[in-house]
Each structure stands twice: as C-alpha cells, then as structure tokens.
Design a binder for this molecule. Sequence first.
Ligand code: FO1
Length: 329
Amino acid sequence: MTLSHIVALAGGVGGAKMAAGLQAALPGGALTVVVNTGDDFEHWGLTICPDLDTVVYNLAGVNNPATGWGRVHETGQVLQAMSDLGGEDWFRLGDRDLALHLRRSEWLRQGISLSEVTDRLRRSFGVSTLVLPMCDEPVRTLVHTDEGDLPFQHYFVRRRCEPLVIDLSYVGADEARVPDSVFDAVSAADLIVLCPSNPYLSIDPILSVPAMRRLLRDAHAWKIAVTPIVGGEAIKGPAAKMMREMGQMISPLTVVDHYADLLDAFVLDNADAVLHDAVQLPTLITDTVMTDLASKQRLAQEILDFAAGLAGADDLPAGSPDARLPASS
Ligand code: FO1
C-alpha cells in the first residue's frame, strides 16, 4: 500500500533530523511537519521559535550539523556586540539566524499569525514541505525544578538542564486551538510519525493543545513513534535525565507507555532489540541513530516500508483495536 499523506510531530534536533529524512524519502508535497512551539520565548525583544527554525533549517539543508540548531557558516558579531553592551549573551543567536527572528517578529507585530509567518519563512528557504506550528497562540513550557519554576530556555540553555525536574506545565495551552491547517493535515494523513524527540519537552506541548490528542488518536492514520532512547541513554538532550528525575525507567518502554493510546506501532533501536516482546505493538527494529542525510533517509524509508506493510496487511482504520497486528519480528 502506498502512503501519500504523512504527518510528522517534531521538536528538537531529533525531530528535525527525522523530518529531513522523511522529506528526502518522500515525493514532494507528501510530508507535513507539525512542530512544537513550547520552546518559544521572547529574547532581545524578539519572538524566538527554536524548533520551527531548526526544522526549516534542516529541511532547507542550511542547519549547523555540529550544534543541531542554528545555521551552518554562522557568525556571532551581534552576539559579541550585545555582550559588550552588557546585554544577555547566554542564548547564542547567530547573525544570519537573527535576521529570521527580526523578520518573524516584524510580521507578528503586524498581526500576522505564526502559521502564516512560518509559511512565508519556509518558502523563503525554498522548502516545499509544509511546516506548521502546533498552534498560533503562545504556549510556553515551564519546568518545575528543585530550584523553582524555570521558563524552558532558562532551564535548557542558561542552566544547561542541571536543575532536577519535578514536573512540567505548558502555560497558555488551555487557550490554544488546533489550527485548521493542522486539523486538515492530521485528518488526511495515512501515517503519523512521532519523531525521536523528547516526549516531555517536544511532543507533550503539542499534545497539550486541547483536542490535539483526541484528533491524533481518532485519526484514520497509522501512528508510529520512533524511540528517542537507545541503550539506556537519550540520543541527544536531557530525556534520560528527566526520566530518572521523574521516577521513570530510562527505557523505550517508558516512551511506549507515555504515548499509550496514541500508538499503533513502535520503532526500537537494534541496541534494545531484547525489548521487542515487551513493546506489545508491531515493532520495527533498526539502527535509529541519524548522523548524515543518508542515515536519516534510510531510517525514514524503513519506517515508510514498515508502515506500508502494516497498512497493506490490515486496512481497518487505526483507532479500532481490531486493527492492531500482533507484535511481529
Ligand atoms: N541551544 C543551546 O543549547 N544553546 C544555545 O545557545 C542555543 C541557541 C539557539 C539559538 C537559536 C535557535 O533556534 C536554537 C538555539 N538553541 C540553543 C536550541 C534551543 O534551545 C532548542 O529549544 C533546543 O534545541 C531544544 O529543542
């Protein structure tokens, strides 16, 4: 069976890499990426949307492969000048990256929605894949830590994820709504990929938008999550540290449990093949670590082939328990 409408839920560097792999493996126009905006914040008087930008830069092939965020061939003259003036310099905004934040903030001030602004930006970078913010209203991830409540970027960048995480909340989520573009993409999808992003920091903010979880759960598409945990560690970032601090087992099984009713299938890394039976869902076991575009595309193609096999083997809509296949090797 051919899958023609694919939605990826993405945040952070793992999400952007998976999105780039899917884009490379799919015909133009087949992929839509729904992106976390819980990381967004106001800085230097500008609205910064790191995950949207990381996805666009990765899809455009202008991302910095060393950091995972920001642009390649970047300079830091403004940051240095700002530092010399006694301004905030803990968040490393590059010069070329800064132009994007200026442009976005200018449009937002004119009352243009974040969805429309993001669409203009991705087109400026020649990206044909649709990139959709999870919502147009501001939703801000707040990290409850042993040092008190920290806005996401203060926890993540300024404090280098050092404080102990107790819990998280997504401020503003109750007032947010699923944009029509996201509703249409999810409704039309025949495959939804939950990228190997941090479940708490990158995917939960998306799920915190009222009606989003139900929309995803009831969607006709097959839903597959790719593990962000490999061999007892996060591929990148604080997911494993957070699991430990929040009393969870550091395991792909914690990710499966976390997404619970949303999943039809799962992608495990070879390093965790022994967990296959415990997943209790159809499971693809492969090398999930993405280093270059070839490995991103290879993983994406394997997921697409696996999903096409599932969909071909059983055309019942996802959402019906009868549609699930027994775990297979
Ligand atoms: N992450 C860092 O760890 N340090 C930084 O100085 C930093 C700057 C930065 C600038 C623009 C941008 O789009 C992203 C940036 N990030 C930085 C990443 C950002 O914190 C993301 O929210 C995380 O990667 C989680 O997705």
